[in-house]
Design a protein around this ligand. Sequence first.
Ligand SMILES: Cc1ncc(COP(=O)(O)O)c(C=O)c1O
Length: 355
Amino acid sequence: MFDIQITQVEIRRMRPEDEQNLPFGSIFTDHMFIVDYEENLGWHNPRIVPYQDISISPAAMVFHYGQAVFEGLKAYRTHSGKVLLFRPNKNIERINLSCERLCMPQIPATLFFDGMKTLVDLDKDWLPKSEGTALYIRPFMIATEPHLGVRPSKTYQFMMILSPVGTYYQEGLEPIKIWVEKNYARTVKGGIGNVKVAGNYAASLKSQSEAQKIGYAQVLWLDGIEKKYIEEVGSMNIFFKIQGKLITPILNGSILNGVTRDSVITLCKQRNVAVEERQISIEEIKAAYDQGILEECFGTGTAAVISPVGELRLDDESLLINQGEIGDLTSSLYDTLIGIQTGQIVGPAGWSVEI
Ligand SMILES: Cc1ncc(COP(=O)(O)O)c(C=O)c1O
């Protein structure tokens, strides 16, 4: 059991009044959690302090060799005022996989969870009350040793910050347009695409900003070698419904094992909707579209939960999916997941964890 020292702010900051228009990820709560790691000492000095800038050496290894991992999950308020986390164990497992891949130390589940519970409980007044809002939790770990030379750092800091977020879709669930990326690659098998490390997102920026300039919200990555097989979207996994069957790329070692992806697969199996996790080529999707049997397409991820895809732009052709409308399965999965996350629907055992 870790003893977390708490230093509270003297005066709490004003919380944003306009809950419906909270920008994603730019407002932070009063406090943050920090714990230090040294090779000989292990994890020590867990503490909650006022949210503040951190002081770090310019030689800290994170700046030069990129040892940085992170997670993202949300705390939701139920109608009766309880605060629920959605499947936090999955994020604990995943950050430790990311750490293992980047030669960073494992974070004990009790430390992760106790830090998160204590911090969210302390700042729970920041959790907005309106429908569709949440408190986004960002745990992350960085290499802090001041050293130039490529090898794993001997010191690290693990931190957690919280950000109140509004509804992702202010006008209700809306289909997005996605660009199928044929030039750039995000990763290859054996790389770091299957873990949540900062470098993956740096590698995705150029493609994403080019797509956004011409009106596409995100890019769909294909495999890095042949640019043939579908991988995932910028910050979401992807699903296609073809002739009643849901198909999603298999976890092949280069895509992220999304918590929302896993939840959708579990819910569909419960409803007897056939789900296939397998390799899917972009040609197969194009052929299904041409035959009129590509019925729905959606992305899954913590930020938006479910994002209907209304258009896939493949080379010079725009594939308009379901006439650009939200499919029935897409919207029913969205409603069920939001219902479980906010405590209105009872989900599978262990999915909701009360703070
Ligand atoms: C690259 C990538 N794929 C998929 C996902 C979806 O994962 P999750 O459902 O756990 O949020 C995310 C978001 O975390 C992501 O960054």
